[in-house]
Design a protein around this ligand. Structure first.
Ligand SMILES: NC(=O)c1ccc[n+]([C@@H]2O[C@H](COP(=O)([O-])OP(=O)(O)OC[C@H]3O[C@@H](n4cnc5c(N)ncnc54)[C@H](O)[C@@H]3O)[C@@H](O)[C@H]2O)c1
Length: 352
């Protein structure tokens, strides 16, 4: 078992280990101070697998519970479901002394976290991630959001959890492609600033899962502590994401987040190679590692289509957009690119 402390505007522990779901009650009581009223939010894939274990443990620790189950999938991360959840919290008279528990992947974590950020101007919440992506990325750092029709995560808030409880035995029930999605974010940490970790990943993600999750969480904690509100170094975590979000939207969300990020990382790395900034061999190393973990590396959309969608991205600021450019594996830098060059740059990344 490993515990990593995140010292952001709120300090909290990320606890990573086996069999933690059945101890959720004790860990939540320690993090929240005492038993209170809780709403556990989950989805209809995770509920039959893990909801009973978590609610039994919470009840045994004295928490007074109710729960809410959304349909699984990215489509659930919308404003209608946010309002539905807020109405449920109000109807059940949840107070500022109470808390939410997000049991699930990044979709449930982002939606629940945002509800916690805005309900009664902010109540506490606990993240219990059950996907690899949520374990290594979305459950840590306090970014919460839902999607608008115009784009992903366009409405949200920074709101740190009180605890992240990561029981990695839950990853055993993930569909292989969902596990692979998380691998894209894992590989991203190596590609951003940790060459040694990238090299270690060649041994496979699953065989060293506790260490892999802990390394990613430590890396994210360090970045979040430096730049909680995403005005500088935290933007490095967006490697592959500007193009990745555009790919998700162009596909009408049929391409998953992790697959889109994998394609996005390849596109910006190839772009950097063609601009003479990154050695070509490092592009092939990245492609090999992504393929090893079952991720796609070729994008089916044109530069024009991707640019049209990417210009609505939050990382746009006036006439420029901040891109994360690899100068090699483990050596990424932030670059402000003029919007009117974006299509040409993405075109280089696609091989046009
Ligand atoms: N807040 C952040 O910092 C941040 C960072 C990265 C990604 N995200 C967001 O995270 C979301 C993607 O997260 P995700 O990949 O976890 O998707 P997800 O939450 O949709 O989960 C993927 C699928 O796996 C199922 N699932 C979850 N846990 C399971 C388990 N243990 N066993 C079997 N099935 C399980 C879910 O029901 C779903 O069908 C996106 O919306 C993305 O924008 C947020």
């Amino acid at each position: 078992m490993k515990t990593i402390k995140v010292n952001a505007s709120v300090s909290y522990d990320v606890i990573i280990g086996e069999g933690l779901l059945s101890q959720a009650g004790d860990y939540c009581k320690a993090a929240l101070g005492k038993a209170c009223r809780l709403c556990v939010v989950t989805d209809d894939t995770v509920a039959p697998l893990y909801l009973d274990t978590v609610t039994s443990s919470l009840e045994a620790a004295g928490f007074d519970l109710f729960y809410y189950v959304f349909p699984s999938g990215e489509e659930s991360k919308n404003t209608e479901n946010l309002v539905e959840l807020l109405e449920i919290l109000a109807a059940n008279r949840l107070t500022r002394a109470d808390a939410l528990v997000a049991l699930g992947g990044g979709v449930i974590g982002d939606l629940t976290g945002f509800a916690a950020a805005v309900y009664l101007r902010g109540i506490r919440f606990v993240q219990i991630p059950t996907t690899l992506l949520a374990a290594v990325d979305s459950s840590v750092g306090g970014k919460t959001a839902v999607n608008l029709l115009a784009g992903k995560n366009l409405v949200g808030a920074f709101h740190q959890p009180s605890l992240v409880l990561c029981d990695y035995t839950t990853l055993d029930t993930l569909a292989p492609e969902v596990f692979a999605d998380g691998c894209a974010e894992v590989i991203k940490y190596g590609a951003i600033n940790d060459r040694a970790f990238f090299d270690k990943l060649r041994l496979g993600v699953r065989s060293q899962i506790e260490e892999v999750i802990a390394t990613c969480v430590e890396s994210k904690a360090k970045i979040v502590q430096e730049d909680e509100f995403d005005t500088g170094t935290r933007q490095l975590l967006n490697l592959g994401h500007t193009v990745g979000h555009a790919i998700e939207l162009c596909s009408e969300l049929t391409v998953s987040h992790g697959s889109a990020v994998a394609m996005g990382m390849v596109i910006v790395t190839r772009m950097a190679v063609r601009l003479g900034l990154c050695p070509e061999a490092e592009l092939y190393e990245l492609i090999d590692l992504l393929r090893q973990e079952g991720l796609p590396t070729e994008c089916p959309f044109s530069a024009e289509k991707l640019t049209e969608v990417a210009t609505a991205d939050k990382k746009r600021s006036g006439d420029t957009i901040t891109l994360v450019i690899p100068h090699g594996i483990g050596n990424c830098r932030l670059v402000k690119a003029p919007i009117d060059r974006l299509c040409e740059l993405i075109g280089k990344g696609l091989g046009a």
